[in-house]
Ligand binder design. Structure first.
Ligand SMILES: [Zn+2]
Length: 164
């Protein structure tokens, strides 16, 4: 087995998805901060949990370990990186497009908007028809990190990924 490289490990971890947002990999979620290979060849995963207390976090770590072990790597450590904290601001345009394609509206505000209370009457567009005529059905959707909305145009219910 050749020595692990950062690139190779990132490739292996592309198979690990967020169980609550199956459309996204843990890298796309912004949970993989960095990967380090030390002098002994130990793989150190710098991992940032998304929503703190999210029940999926432990499961994701198990999946990361399993994916690496399956690829033949044994010497692995997952290190929690809690600072700076994870926010939805790390979502790239590709990540946002993938969320939308899976029927989830990505956050319309950033954490700094939220701190400054700049978006009191925010509009959450429908991911299916882009209509702005939507209504909030429940602050808690299929998981705690999402809210449930309904489109008044195409009548589809959809999840909104809350800004965090
Ligand atoms: Zn719609």
């Amino acid at each position: 087995m050749s020595l692990p490289t950062k690139k190779k490990i990132f490739e292996v971890l592309e198979s690990v998805r967020d169980p609550e947002i199956p459309a996204l990999t843990v890298r796309e979620m912004g949970m993989l901060r960095d990967i380090e290979i030390d002098e002994d060849g130990k793989i150190i995963i710098h991992f940032t949990p998304s929503y703190s207390g999210c029940p999926a976090t432990d499961l994701i770590k198990v999946d990361i370990m399993a994916a690496l072990q399956e690829a033949g790597y044994k010497n692995i450590e997952i290190r929690d990186v809690l600072s700076p904290p994870w926010t939805t601001d790390v979502f790239t345009p590709e990540t946002r497009a993938k969320l939308k394609a899976s029927g989830i509206t990505p956050p319309v505000e950033t954490t700094s908007d939220k701190r400054l209370l700049l978006s009191p009457g925010k509009t959450v567009p429908c991911p299916y028809c882009d209509s702005n005529k939507t209504e909030l059905l429940s602050s808690f959707g299929t998981t705690a990190c999402k809210s449930l909305y309904r489109c008044l145009e195409c009548l589809q219910p959809f999840d909104y990924f809350k800004c965090h």
